[in-house]
Design a protein around this ligand. Structure first.
Ligand SMILES: *Cc1c(COP(=O)(O)O)cnc(C)c1O
Length: 390
C-alpha cells in the first residue's frame, strides 16, 4: 500500500501477498523456522545477502505485516514487534544505551517504566533525571555530557497530562539527543510523534491496538538506522512477538480508526458528565477545555483518547466505596479495551512508586482512571453515577 490511500484504507488493505490458495484474509504463519532450498540458499540467507524469513525470533510474515501497518500509520521507515509493551521499552532503550549513559525522562511515565529506570538500569550504570512535564524549559539545564535521549509519554498514564511534542522535538534537536515517545495512550490514529521530531515511537499493542483485551504486544518504529540497532539487539535477546498475536493485532488494526473514534466520543461525554458531578474534585481529559494543556492536545491529537482521570471527594475511603459499588464496569488494570475499566492507580499500576514519587507524578489516593470502552455511553455513565452516589 502507498501514500495514495488514507489511514483507514491502508490499515485494511495492507496485507501479505496471497499464497497459492488465494485466501482473502491473511493466514497465520505458526512456524518457528523456514526452510532453505539448498546449501547455497542456506549460506546466503544466514549471511543476510537476501531479505527473507529464517527463524521467527528474527522475523515472521505475520509480524512483518503488523510492523508494516504500524510503520505506515506512524510515518516510520522500519520497526520491530515485541512480546509486550515493556519488552519494547526495555529492548529499545537497552539497544541504544551504553554503560554510563544518562536518560532525561518525563516525571509522569508508566509505572513499570519508572521501575525500570529506578531499579534496574542502575545495574548497568545507566542513570536518569526526571523533568517536570509542565516545565520543559528546565530540560536544557538538566542535559549532561552523557545524556543520550529524552523519554516521554503523551498523554500520560494515568494522569492524562499532555506534553508539547513539538517543543520536545525542538529541545532534543538543539541538544543532539534522541527523542523516544511512548505513544500508547494516543494510538497511531490520534497522534504521530515522528511528525513532531520523535526518533522512535513505542507502543504497548496490548491497549488500543488490540482493543479487545486479548493479547500482550509491543512495537517500536522509527528510522531504518535506529531500528537496525533495535533489531540487532532483539534478534539475539529474544523478546519477539508471537506470530499468533501479530495476526490478531494486524486484524485489530483494520478497525482501529472506527473503534478509537467511538472510544473518544464516549470518553468526552463521560468527562463532561463528571465535570459537573458534586462528588468529583477534578476531571482530566485532553479534549476538555479545562485541561491545562487543552490547546496543545488540540494541536497534536485528532481526539482526546480513551482514558479519563478524576478524583473522588473523600480520598482513599471514598475511592474504595466507589470501586466496591461499580456493577457493570470492570475492576482491572488494562486499558484501551472494548469493555470499560476502572482502575485505582495508587494501589495498582503505580503502587511501586514512593508516596513522594506518586505525588510528583500527580497520582493522588482518590484518583480513579477510567478506560472508556465501547458499551453504550448511557450505560457507562449510569454505572459510574450510581457508584458515585453511594
Ligand atoms: C501498558 C503500558 C505499557 C506497557 O505495556 P505492556 O504491554 O503491558 O507491557 C507501556 N506504556 C504505557 C503508557 C502503557 O499504558
Amino acid at each position: 500500500m502507498s501514500k495514495k490511500y488514507s489511514f483507514e484504507t491502508n490499515a485494511i488493505r495492507t496485507q501479505l501477498n496471497r499464497t497459492e490458495h488465494l485466501e482473502h484474509s491473511v493466514p497465520m504463519y505458526l512456524t518457528s523456522s523456514f526452510v532453505f532450498e539448498d546449501a547455497e540458499d542456506m549460506r546466503a540467507s544466514f549471511a543476510e545477502e537476501k531479505e527473507r524469513n529464517i527463524y521467527s525470533r528474527y522475523s515472521n510474515p505475520n509480524n512483518n505485516e503488523f510492523v508494516e501497518k504500524v510503520c505506515q500509520m506512524e510515518g516510520a521507515e522500519a520497526g520491530f514487534a515485541f512480546a509486550s509493551g515493556m519488552a519494547a521499552v526495555f529492548s529499545t532503550l537497552a539497544s541504544l544505551l551504553d554503560s554510563g549513559d544518562h536518560i532525561l525522562s518525563a516525571q509522569s511515565i508508566f509505572g513499570s517504566t519508572h521501575t525500570l529506570f529506578n531499579s534496574f538500569f542502575p545495574k548497568w550504570n545507566i542513570s536518569h533525571s526526571y523533568f517536570k512535564i509542565d516545565a520543559l524549559e528546565d530540560i536544557a539545564d538538566m542535559v549532561k555530557p552523557k545524556t543520550k535521549l529524552i523519554y516521554a509519554e503523551s498523554p500520560t498514564n494515568p494522569g492524562v497530562d499532555v506534553l508539547d511534542l513539538e517543543a520536545l522535538g525542538r529541545i532534543a534537536k538543539q541538544h543532539n539527543l534522541l527523542l523516544v515517545i511512548d505513544n500508547c495512550f494516543a494510538s497511531p490514529y490520534l497522534q504521530q510523534p515522528i511528525k513532531f521530531g520523535a526518533d522512535l515511537v513505542i507502543h504497548s499493542g496490548t491497549k488500543l491496538m488490540d482493543g479487545q483485551g486479548r493479547v500482550l504486544a509491543g512495537i517500536t518504529v522509527g528510522s531504518a538506522a535506529l531500528i537496525e540497532k533495535v533489531y540487532r539487539f532483539s534478534r539475539i535477546t529474544g523478546p519477539a512477538l508471537s506470530p499468533f498475536n501479530a495476526w490478531v493485532l494486524s486484524k485489530s488494526l483494520e478497525t482501529l480508526a472506527i473503534r478509537v473514534d467511538r472510544h473518544c466520543e464516549n470518553a468526552l461525554k463521560l468527562a463532561e458528565f463528571l465535570e459537573q458531578h458534586p462528588q468529583v474534585n477534578w476531571v482530566k481529559y485532553p479534549f476538555l477545555k479545562s485541561h491545562p494543556n487543552y490547546e496543545i492536545a488540540k494541536k497534536q491529537m485528532k481526539a482526546g483518547g480513551c482514558v479519563v482521570a478524576f478524583e473522588i471527594k473523600g480520598g482513599l475511603e471514598a475511592g474504595r466505596q466507589f470501586f466496591d459499588s461499580i456493577q457493570l464496569l470492570s475492576l482491572s488494570a488494562n486499558l484501551g479495551d472494548s469493555r470499560s475499566i476502572v482502575t485505582h492507580p495508587a494501589s495498582t499500576t503505580h503502587s511501586k512508586l514512593s508516596v513522594e514519587e506518586r505525588q510528583a507524578a500527580g497520582i493522588t489516593d482518590g484518583m480513579v482512571r477510567v478506560s472508556v470502552g465501547l458499551e453504550h455511553i448511557s450505560d457507562i455513565i449510569a454505572d459510574i453515577e450510581q457508584a458515585l452516589g453511594k
